[in-house]
Design a protein around this ligand. Structure first.
Ligand code: HSE
Length: 405
């Protein structure tokens, strides 16, 4: 029997305990050992919980118990989570995490400690919820040079955008609904401002390109400025709006950014709705690999966490290799130089737009009595776009159009 501790009894923590109980027999069979939750750490009291006897309030009880071989960190953030992870790894316990913030910021250090101590630090659930994406990158794609990764990596914002578009819902109502369903972070700022997507694309890029990509260097734009008018305009042009994390190799540098994009109705990402996530990984031998599934939520996330627990049990005396080396700003290239077609919404007259931009495609949607129009530019980089807009064309919105430019 392998004893484990769960740190944090929020949405993911309760999901992990539930999956371990619900699929006990199968999990025992797959892990080769029975997995027993010995402790649950949370500062809150849960007097009515059927698991109340497992609760402890002090991490040291877990740290000092040699029977605990695996610690499941589902607290989130980089405060107590970082401290407990460092201490657990240093004490020779494997750590399983769903904490993208911690992995994106401190992953390199934590994996180095794990390597030193001969234990595992696994974090499949940190990106894409239930979608297997870390393992495919670390194992199945390793014969490839990866040139690009992009995708919808945040369930909350995808839920909000889908709801705004399909139900004509207000942003605030859609956000509330996402929070009720347990998709949003406790503070939804990280979701709606794109930081959660940024952390996830940083993790995927660090694995794919071998250098630690720090979120603090990444240009990140969220969804708060998107208006219903943009939904109507883009629909009439044959596109949908999706928040994408993108990264690609540009020479010996890596280009990483997060921003809302227009994706064509024919794109593989177009039908990814609600809380679903999807990522495209482009390998030079594999071609495009598309992975999609539930990107957030209690049981989908727990599915990935428990799979990591099983993997750690199976590899109690061997390390699963995941790693990258330290990286910095010098490894990154300027996203403003990436060329693409652009969507612009403006109240400038069509003649003025054509004079500055040349040939453009205007959105058929016309919102009387509003004078606003929207158009798609030819392929230009952001510096050129900003220059043209500075010639007296006020953009209410400007978003890239996803394409192979
Ligand atoms: N808040 C995150 C999301 C949870 O909505 O995708 C899963 O990482």
């Amino acid at each position: 029997m392998i004893k484990i501790a769960i740190l944090g009894y929020g949405v993911v923590g309760t999901g992990v305990a539930a999956v371990l109980e619900r699929n006990r027999e199968l999990i025992t069979q797959n892990a080769g050992h029975e997995i027993h939750v010995k402790y649950i750490l949370d500062i809150r009291d849960f007097p009515d919980s059927p698991r109340k006897v497992l609760f402890v309030a002090h991490f040291d009880e877990i740290l000092n118990d040699p029977e605990v071989k695996i610690v499941v960190e589902v607290i989130g953030g980089t405060g107590a989570a970082l401290d407990y992870t460092r201490k657990s790894l240093n004490a020779g316990k494997s750590v399983i995490s769903s904490n993208k913030e911690l992995v994106a910021e401190f992953g390199n250090e934590l994996m180095n400690i794990a390597a030193e101590k001969g234990v595992n630090y696994l974090f499949e659930a940190s990106v894409g919820g239930a979608i297997p994406i870390i393992r495919p990158l670390v194992q199945c794609m390793t014969a490839n040079i990866i040139s690009e990764i992009y995708g919808i990596l945040n369930g909350t914002t995808n839920y909000i955008l889908t709801s705004m578009e399909k139900n004509n819902a207000k942003y605030s109502a859609a956000l509330l609904e996402a929070q009720k369903k347990g998709y949003a972070e406790s503070d939804p700022t990280a979701d709606v401002e794109g930081h959660d997507t940024c952390r996830k694309i940083c993790i995927l890029s660090s694995i794919a390109f071998g250098k630690h990509i720090h979120p603090k260097y990444i240009q990140t734009q969220g969804i708060k400025e998107i208006e219903i008018a943009d939904m109507h305009m883009t629909k009439s042009l044959g596109y949908r709006i999706k928040l994408l994390g993108r990264s690609r190799l540009t020479g010996d540098k890596i280009l990483v950014f997060v921003a809302p994009h227009l994706v064509s109705d024919h794109s593989v990402l177009s039908d990814i709705d609600d809380v679903m996530n999807a990522a495209v990984i482009r390998g030079n031998a594999s071609g495009d690999i598309v992975l999609c599934g539930a990107g957030a939520g209690k049981l989908p996330t727990a599915s990935a966490v428990v799979a990591d627990i099983i993997d750690a049990v199976r590899h109690m005396h061997a390390r699963r290799w995941i790693g990258w080396s330290e990286g910095g700003k010098e490894n990154l290239s300027d996203h403003k130089l990436l060329e693409s077609a652009w969507y612009v919404r403006t109240d400038a007259p069509k003649e003025k737009v054509e004079r500055e931009f040349g040939s453009v495609i205007f959105a058929p949607f016309n919102q009387h009595p509003s004078a606003e129009i929207a158009f798609i530019t030819s392929v230009i980089n952001e510096k050129k776009l900003d220059y043209l807009l500075s010639r007296d064309i006020t953009a209410m919105s400007k978003f890239r159009i996803l394409g192979d430019y």
